[in-house]
Design a protein around this ligand. Structure first.
Ligand code: SAH
Length: 254
């Protein structure tokens, strides 16, 4: 029997945002691997085993899942959002690149999911309507200086910036520093969106501006979108505002 591995994106949290492809991959798996809160979102199915691991154990989880697949099982590894965005996809590829030859012979598929920045953007309009980039503020796997350089470059290049992993218990000051840095490049009126736990019961979405943005509004479950100088807020009577970035960019002078 040939084993296989599916690296499956669960989307932001709402079961309606799980794709049919992801649901099928989860249903046919014999063994599921993932971080506990993500596995909790997967309906239990008879005969399926579950292997819970800590969020920081991506490498070990990838290796365990690949081992199981190499023994002949149909295995699924789950990620929140999309597995290719700051998640298990790259950990699995890295394990295959550096691991035993047998892992390269396995059937491996990556099943996309709705990533957090798309789920948050859809709540408030079209902030990613023109050029944008995504950055993780976690300095667990890269030095903070590199993050600052990328923030400088992104803001100077006029990108809308989606910030993943703004804070965690072990990283209390990074997001405040990032906001201070962005204030040096961008107008005070630049729209900022805090999207917390989107698609889950405790969802909370706030639209503000860069000068008023309060770093305490972000936690581990928050995705922050910082607009470009072209991003606009459209107020509506009695309804929440839209935030959008027009599709026509300002002309760059020669
Ligand atoms: N693979 C995931 C991202 C993992 S990194 C994806 O594609 O969405 C974890 C970060 O994603 C969190 O710190 C937060 O910034 C963001 N995030 C994940 N789920 C979210 C949700 N439901 N609402 C808002 N942000 C979320």
């Amino acid at each position: 029997m040939t084993g296989s591995l599916a690296v499956v994106g669960l989307g932001p949290g709402d079961p309606r945002c799980l794709t049919l492809e992801a649901d099928a991959a989860l249903a046919s798996a014999q063994a599921l691997y993932g971080y506990g809160p993500y596995l909790d979102r997967v309906p239990s199915r008879v005969g399926q085993t579950r292997h819970v691991s800590d969020n920081r154990e991506e490498r070990a989880r990838a290796a365990a899942a690949l081992d199981r697949a190499a023994q002949g099982a149909r295995v699924a590894v789950v990620s929140g959002g999309d597995p290719g965005v700051f998640a298990m996809g790259a950990a699995v590829c890295e394990a295959i690149e550096t691991g035993p030859e047998a892992w390269r012979a396995l059937d491996v598929i990556f099943v996309p999911g709705i990533t957090a920045m798309l789920a948050v953007a859809a709540r408030i309009g079209a902030p990613l309507g023109h050029d944008f980039c995504a950055l993780s503020l976690s300095d667990n796997l890269k030095p903070w200086e590199l993050i600052e350089r990328r923030l400088d470059a992104a803001a100077n290049a006029g990108f809308v910036i989606a910030l993943y992993n703004p804070v965690s218990r072990a990283r209390p000051w990074q997001f405040g520093n990032a906001i201070t840095l962005l204030r040096r490049h961008l107008p005070p009126s630049t729209p900022v969106v805090f999207g917390r736990a989107v698609g889950r019961p405790d969802e909370c979405v706030e639209v503000t501006t860069l000068d008023a943005a309060d770093e305490k509004n972000a936690d581990m479950a928050t995705l922050v979108i910082v607009g470009s100088p072209e991003t606009r807020i459209v107020t509506r009577p009695g309804k929440s505002p839209f935030v959008y970035t027009p599709r026509a960019a300002v002309k760059v002078s020669a």
